[in-house]
Structures are given as C-alpha cells and as structure tokens.
Design a binder for this molecule. Structure first.
Ligand code: FES
Length: 604
C-alpha cells in the first residue's frame, strides 16, 4: 500500500491501482475520453516526488517526460508519490445546485401536468406465440403497446432472444414514436442535460422517472486552446484545414469524458436522451457545422432549429440511437442557452416586464414579458468564468467566492468554496474584490491599483498586484479586464432598455444567471457599475440557467415545445453597430461609471 498526495492537498492510499484508478476511487476525475486505455493522452499529470512505473507514454513529449509528466492511466506508484494535477484537467463533480433543483421543483409543483418526461418506461406483458398464433415477435410487441412504434435494426436484432429470456414480460423505453431501448426491470432511465459554454461544459444526470437531478459534473471547454471567445474559434475553424474537426474533437472529447465520469458513479441505469443547450457557435462546433457565416454580416447560422440528430451523429459515447435535442437559437449571437434561460425564468409568462442577464463569456440580455421579448448580446469576455485572469477559476472547490476588506485595520476576509485553502478566484469573488478595493480607496475610479495604499499591494514581476494568499492575487491587468467586462454588460443592458423605450424603473424583476456558483452579491455588482441601479429586492440569482433550461426540456414535452416557440418569438437587436452601445461602453469604463449620479442610491 502506498500513499498518493496531490498538489491540491488530497492524500489517499492505493493498492496496486493505476494512478488514474486511485484518483477516480477518491472522486478526483480527469477528462479520460479513451476510458483509461492509454490512447487519448488526456490524463497527463506530473510526478513531483516519488517513483512510478509507466507502461506507455502516448502523447507525452520527451521534454514533458524529463519534466516528470506521465499518463495517469498507464502508471503505477512504486512508493509514496506526490502528483501535480493541472487545474484545467480536473473534471469537477459539483454540488447539485440548490438553486437549480429549486427552480425545477417550483416549476413542476406549480403545474404538475407539465411533468411529461421525453422518455417513458412501458411495462409490458407480451402474448407468447402458440401453434395457432404464429404472428411475428414485433407484431406481438406492438399489440402489447397498443400503437405503432419504430424500432432500430440493432434492437430488432435482439428482440427475439430478449422476449424469450424475459418470458414475455418486458420493460421498454420509448420516446415519441420509437422504442429506444429494452430495459432490465430495476434499470433506471437516465437522461443528460448538457450545457456547452464557451468556457465551461456542464452535464447534469437526470432520473427521468423521478424528475430528479442525480449528479452534476463540469470541466473547462478544451477548445480554449484554440481561442478564448467564439470569434477566435470561428476564425480558427475556417482558416485551418482541420480547424473545424479539431474544435469538434475537443468538445466531443470533453463531453465523453464527463459522461464517463458520471457513468463510473451511476451504473444502475441507461442514458437514453440528451438535451444540448449552448450558444449558436458552440452548437455548430459540436455538430461540426460550418460557423463561417455567423461571423460575417448578416451573421447567419446554418441552423437555428436543429433536426433531432442521434448520439452516433454527435459522436457521443452513448447508444447510437439516443436522441440529441438541441435547444433552438434565436440568432448567430443569441443561442439556445438564452432560450433555456428564458424558460427557467418564466418571463415569457409574466404580465410585468422582466430583465434576464446571462453573464458568461458573452453577456446576453433579454427584456420582455408574455407579449414580447427582445434580446441582445455583448462580448463581455470570459473573465467571470475564470479565464484570462491570473488566478481566475470556475466557481468550484478552492475558489474565493466572497471578499470583504477592513480599511481601518488594512485586513481582509475571504470565503472559499468548500472551506479549503484558496486556489483561485471565481466571478463573484472578482466582483467582491474590485468593489471592496474601490470602496477602500485601493483602486481608484479609473481602476488603477494604488501603490502604498495597502500592505497587500506589491510590485511583482513588473506589475502591481493585490496579494491575497501565497499563490492567489489580483493584478492590474486582471482589474482592467474585469472593468472592460462589466462595462460591456452594463452598456448592453442600458442600450436594450433604451431601444425598447423603457428605463430601469419599468423592470419588475431582474434574473441573473452565470457560473457564479450559489452566490453573487448584487449590491457589489451594482457598486462596480456592472448592473443597473435597481433596488436589490428585485434581483433573483438563478445560477447556470442554460443547464436548468435543458433539464426542463428533458422533463416536459410542453416546455420543450415552449423553447421552440420562445426562439421564434424573440426579436434580436444587433449591438455591434450601435453608436448608443459604444457611447455607453466608453462611459462605463470607470468605477462605477463616468456618471456617478446613476449609482448614487446604492453606492454610498
Ligand atoms: S490516455 Fe486516455 S485516459 Fe490515459
């Protein structure tokens, strides 16, 4: 028995397992798209101390080898070891978001009729054949079901033996007019809600019969290696002969790795439906569709409403015929993720006007009510999702999610997700830090970190930084980045409100979405000028609504149809040529804004 320690502080024992198996056994999941066979090269980790034996070095360069890199799935400890796991590699098993679970529960408890999962179980007693009744097996099955259904050739191949082994008493899973699988009696019917974000990919495993979220996992979108934002990725896809294929492979590998992670933990059921929610470019890259014309005026995607393709079309490691429904988009820059958000907020049902803001790599905005919906998108950049910030990370364990500063004593307090040592800062932490440092005079109105303003401000490697812990800080460049992002979001909101002829006071509720974890301090987001100065009680924080909307589609045929209707109904406003937007953006590049009057009530 040996001990494995990781750079994140975990310690566990291993008994003759590979490093990968030992990590999985202790709930540390790497993106293993080959399932640990040594053929994807994605489980690369670095041995900092101790010795290991490696069977293969597939995908490890000579330089990496010298640096101690190995494949976790092909390597076995020869004694106690210390392993460095790159942060970006970790597939996170997340807490099941209480916010998400509450929204789903609330929507279905208000109207129980809405609960109509896309996959159903049929318990059937099929009449066995006799000398007198020699009808075909499939005819007997249809008779038991009572209506016509399709079956794949593959399932047809197994039908005869299956019926007899089960003594004509069987369980089948159906969707629409087809049989999608034969089930064991105890086998659960699972489905996946999948959110393909530009920065993060998240999956929720759903028990379709209970309507419950069973597990959630997420990882960074590996396409980041080809560019942080959708435009850079589109350019890469069209300018390189294998560009689109490389991007497609990256995202499909991420998704398959997440599915593996969930399947390792839930072996008691079969995944029989997938709903995909993402922005238009991400959905195009996942399906291998040419994204070129999304970037060129008049910004036209190949599809807004996608056909119901299958797992085999999407190269997803599930049974070939499993349906993959893609939540429809509104336009090239307002995708199914925003339609999902509107579904989760229910603003499409309200008399009063609601505002929905989704802060991801882009900041998307929807304003409207039951009669009309207007939407727009601003390129905020991925900083609030942890990308492009020195110590940025997603809202997962180890992330600083809240920060407060005591000016008098020149000291601060932090709140870290999971109550462990901080390893980075997530979006809500960034907002808190900028807000608190601005309020305390450590950052000025132009966003400059002031040297000598605090004992934590130091010049390191030629840049000013505010030091939070040994390996966690925020730099001047980070602050500039955050200010640009918040300015784009605010300018987008203000422009949409002005274009539709209303102001902040006409908004009855503001729904906020984004990967901020469970927590976002609205007051501080207003104080830095990211959100309009509306009274706090009108804000509702909903977490990742793209994933929530996908869950709602899985659990309700009516809501899936509603998503189609919302996508048709929304009017898209293009801000890219709007002078109003540019003027608002430039004015918002200050803390909180050049026009301080706008933030008077809540900023003091
Ligand atoms: S090489 Fe694929 S998991 Fe190790």
């Amino acid at each position: 028995m040996f001990k494995i320690r990781t750079n994140r502080g975990e310690v566990f024992d291993t008994y003759g397992q590979s490093i990968l198996e030992a990590l999985q056994h202790n709930n540390v999941y790497l993106p293993v798209s080959c399932g640990g066979k040594g053929s994807c090269g994605r489980c690369k980790v670095r041995i900092l101390e101790g010795k290991v034996t490696s069977r293969s070095y597939f995908g490890v360069t000579e330089i990496e080898k010298k640096d101690g890199y190995i494949l976790a799935c092909q390597s076995y400890p020869e004694g106690d070891i210390l392993v460095e796991i790159p942060q970006k590699l970790i597939t996170v098993s997340e807490r099941i978001s209480k916010v998400k679970a509450d929204i789903v529960r609330k929507i279905f408890s208000k109207n129980v009729q809405l609960f109509q999962p896309l996959v159903k179980r049929l318990n059937l007693s099929v009449t066995p054949p006799t000398i007198e009744d020699s009808r075909a097996d499939f005819d007997r099955l249809l008779e038991a079901i009572g209506r016509k259904l399709k079956i794949t050739r593959k399932d047809g191949e197994q039908l005869a033996d299956y019926l007899r082994q089960k003594r004509w008493s069987i369980n089948v899973a159906t969707q629409d007019d087809e049989i999608i699988s034969f089930l064991e009696t105890e086998e659960k019917i699972y489905a996946l809600a999948l959110d393909i974000g530009t920065t993060t990919v998240a999956l929720a495993l759903i028990d379709m019969e209970k309507g419950e979220i069973i597990d959630v996992a997420s990882c960074y979108n590996s396409q980041i290696a080809y560019g942080d934002d959708v435009i850079t990725r589109i350019v890469y896809a069209i300018e390189n002969p294998k560009g689109l294929e490389n991007l497609r492979k990256s995202i499909v590998n991420d998704i398959n790795a997440l599915i593996n992670t969930l399947l390792i933990r839930h072996k008691d059921g079969e995944i029989l439906y997938v709903v995909i929610s993402g922005n238009t470019t991400m959905c195009h890259l996942f399906w291998g569709l040419n994204p070129k014309y999304i970037r060129e005026e008049p910004y036209v995607p190949v599809f807004n409403h996608y056909p119901l393709w299958r797992a085999s079309d999407g190269r997803v490691n599930l049974k070939n015929n499993v349906p993959l429904f893609t939540v429809p988009s509104v336009a090239g820059y307002v995708g199914g993720d925003i339609v999902s958000g509107v579904l989760a907020t229910e603003i499409y049902k309200d008399e009063e006007i609601g505002l929905f803001i989704d802060i991801g790599t882009n900041g998307e905005i929807v304003v409207g009510n039951k009669d009309w919906l207007v939407t727009a998108s601003t390129s905020a950049g991925p900083c609030f999702e942890g990308s492009g910030i020195s110590c940025g990370m997603r809202a997962t364990e180890g992330a600083i999610e809240a920060f407060s500063f005591d000016r008098e004593r020149d000291t601060f307090e932090i709140k870290v997700i999971g109550e462990v040592d901080p390893i980075g800062i997530c979006g809500s932490g960034m907002i808190d830090i900028v807000s608190e440092l601005f309020k305390s005079g450590i950052i000025d109105q132009k966003g400059r970190l002031l040297q000598d303003s605090s004992r934590y401000v130091d010049l390191v490697e030629g840049e000013l930084r505010f030091l939070i812990s040994e390996n966690c800080y925020i730099s001047q460049a980070d602050i500039d980045n955050i200010i640009r992002a918040k300015a784009a979001i605010y300018a987008g909101i203000l422009t949409v409100l002005q274009e539709v002829g209303i102001n902040e006071n006409d908004i009855s509720k503001v729904y906020l979405a984004g990967g901020f974890g469970e927590f976002l301090d609205v007051k501080k987001a207003i104080q830095i000028g990211m959100l309009p100065n509306i009274s706090y009680e009108r804000f509702v924080f909903l977490g990742n609504t793209s994933l929530t909307g996908a869950i709602l589609c899985l659990l309700s045929r009516d809501l899936k149809n509603k998503a189609e209707e919302i996508a048709h109904k929304m009017t898209y406003l293009d801000l890219s040529r709007s002078k109003l937007f540019m003027d608002e953006y430039v004015s918002a590049l200050f803390l909180p804004h050049t026009d301080i009057e706008r933030f008077k009530i809540h900023s003091d």
